[in-house]
Design a binder for this molecule. Structure first.
Ligand code: CA
Length: 228
């Protein structure tokens, strides 16, 4: 079941697109601004992104360019939504690296056809990673679930995204700044300490002895490293 992230700040349109894709058997995620979209894409790696151009915080063209510059995300299929139907905007949309674009207003039938076509054209470009495994920890990226020794451990959405980021970069030190950007977006209201607090919560869930962590290791003065 392909997963699709819809990034759209018009609430009603977002809900309609979501419902249409879900009815058709897609796994659907939603984001209402560009930063939230980047954080979701990095953590969950959807199979396709439907990206509105005019978005709060970080606009759709910037998101598209950032994805295309990131080696691991450069092949992620993107459909841009635009309310501005001029040729110039269409060209900008495709130059930014989008696979297709749809000019608003459009019918849900047309939308679904484009989604299917783009997915067909990119057959398993990069088969999405379905799970991250380390020892008896298994993070199900599609189902957003964590299993520890076979038993499911409940994680909040941020905890899930943080653990996914750490496990994906197993063995590498990730700074608090990097984790903040990737997991929380560039939200200025979040303090670096937030990362530490979430790491503590994660440790309580996945470490045998949270006071002597062996999985999420502190690298003093720098950040954290996941030991696979
Ligand atoms: Ca918009």
């Amino acid at each position: 079941m392909p997963s699709v992230l819809i990034v759209e700040d018009e609430e009603v349109l977002l809900r309609n697109l979501e419902a249409r894709l879900r009815d058709d058997g897609f796994q659907v995620f939603a984001a209402s601004d560009g930063e939230e979209a980047m954080a979701h894409i990095r953590a969950a790696r959807p199979d396709l992104v439907v990206l509105d151009i005019m978005l709060p915080k970080l606009d759709g063209l910037s998101v598209c360019r950032m994805l295309r510059k990131d080696d691991s995300l450069a092949n992620l299929p993107i459909i841009m939504l635009t309310a501005r139907g001029t040729e110039v905007d269409r060209i900008v949309g495709l130059e930014s690296g989008a696979d297709d674009y749809i000019v608003k207003p459009f019918s849900l039938g047309e939308f679904l056809a484009r989604v299917r076509a783009v997915l067909r054209r990119s057959p398993g470009h990069q088969p999405p990673q379905e799970q991250l495994v380390a020892d008896d920890l298994s993070l199900d990226l599609k189902g957003h679930k964590l299993f520890c020794g076979g038993a499911e451990v409940h994680l909040s959405n941020r905890e899930f995204m943080l653990l996914a980021e750490l496990m994906r970069n197993s063995g590498a030190v990730l700074t608090r700044d990097l984790l903040l950007t990737r997991v929380w977006g560039e939200d200025n209201f979040v303090e670096k300490r937030t990362v530490d607090v979430h790491v503590r919560w994660l440790r309580e869930k996945i470490e045998e002895d949270p006071s002597q962590p062996r999985r999420i290791v502190t690298v003093r003065g720098v950040g954290y490293r996941f030991e696979g």
